[in-house]
Design a protein around this ligand. Structure first.
Ligand code: UTP
Length: 285
């Protein structure tokens, strides 16, 4: 049973400087909600309530966002703003957020390893807060079901254009079911023209606890960081590792263009904003 999810949010967010200098990029709004709230909502909609948030220096505001805000709630109550009060209250009640500090940004693999004392000997989900996935059935829920069916680690992948494979971790895999692949190997950011496929790893994983001792012994990889992909390559030598090619849209909100794209696409789903935004898009094109 997968009962815990980990969100690594201790990265520096250099692609968003200077905006991310004092404000965690995970709190940048996609329309009117911080991007990380979409991730927490996906976790909750997948049946998980215990969330391990990996934070670092300057990320305390993320914890405040998911905490109760007594003064604000009291004020909204006195002002009779019931709807917005309900919205604010829901945020602090939807999940148990357990925060763990990563003392230095030593890589995604290291950030995941920081969750070990809280996760213990259980399988768990990992969701990168940058990757927003718009889907009716949450991607994480589908992956948990597949994890239980196949009894092996599950990694989300999506098809990318051949000329973009050097930007992602790419899998070498064999299709074993509808949208499910058994992974033979993985390469982190392969040089152009050398990628084994166009299936790119994106920010959703269901991992067994056996990943922890592997990450603990892993030497720093690309960029001097402990890379989760290197850990998964080791795991695949010992146990089955699968990929799930999820249907639906994914936006990389940690990248400027992906962030703008996410804002436009989510705004187009908002009945108040959509007509005006459509008019504007038509005007400027
Ligand atoms: P990224 O590689 O996207 O790094 O990390 P980043 O720091 O967030 O952003 P850029 O590239 O500098 O703009 C992928 C995920 O792993 C987390 C990040 O917070 C992000 O969610 N991470 C990365 C950590 O928690 N710790 C790390 O040491 C590295």
């Amino acid at each position: 049973m997968v009962t815990k999810a980990l969100i690594p949010a201790a990265g520096l967010g250099t692609r968003f400087l200077p905006a991310s200098k004092a404000i965690p990029k995970e709190l940048f709004p996609i329309v009117d909600k911080p991007s990380i709230q979409y991730i927490v909502e996906e976790i909750v909609a997948s049946g998980i309530r215990d969330i391990i948030l990996i934070t670092g220096r300057g990320k305390s505001a993320i914890k405040d966002h998911f905490d109760t805000s007594y003064e604000l709630e009291d004020l909204l109550d006195k002002q009779g703003k019931k709807d917005v009060l309900e919205t604010v209250r829901k945020i602090s009640h939807m999940a148990n957020i357990i925060s763990v500090r990563q003392k230095a940004p030593r890589g995604l693999g290291h950030a995941i390893l920081c969750g070990r004392p809280v996760i213990g000997n259980e399988p768990f989900a990992v969701l990168l807060p940058d990757d927003l996935i718009d889907q009716e059935i949450p991607c994480t829920k589908q992956m948990i079901d597949l994890f239980e069916k196949h009894q092996g680690a599950m990694i989300a992948v999506t098809k990318v254009a051949k000329e973009n494979t050097h930007l992602y971790g790419i899998i070498d895999a064999k299709e074993v079911g509808e949208r499910v692949y058994r992974i033979k190997n993985m390469v982190e950011k392969p040089p152009p023209g050398t990628a084994p496929s166009n299936l790119a790893i994106i920010g959703r994983y269901i991992l067994p606890p056996e990943i922890f001792p592997i990450l603990e012994k892993l030497p720093p990889g690309r960029g001097g960081e402990i890379q989760i992909t290197d850990g998964l390559v080791e795991l695949a030598k010992r146990a089955p590792v699968y990929a799930f090619e999820f249907p639906g849209y994914r936006y990389d909100a940690g990248d400027k263009f992906g962030f703008l794209q996410a804002n436009i696409m989510y705004a187009l789903k908002d009945p108040d904003l959509a007509p005006r935004l459509r008019r504007l898009l038509k005007e400027i094109s």
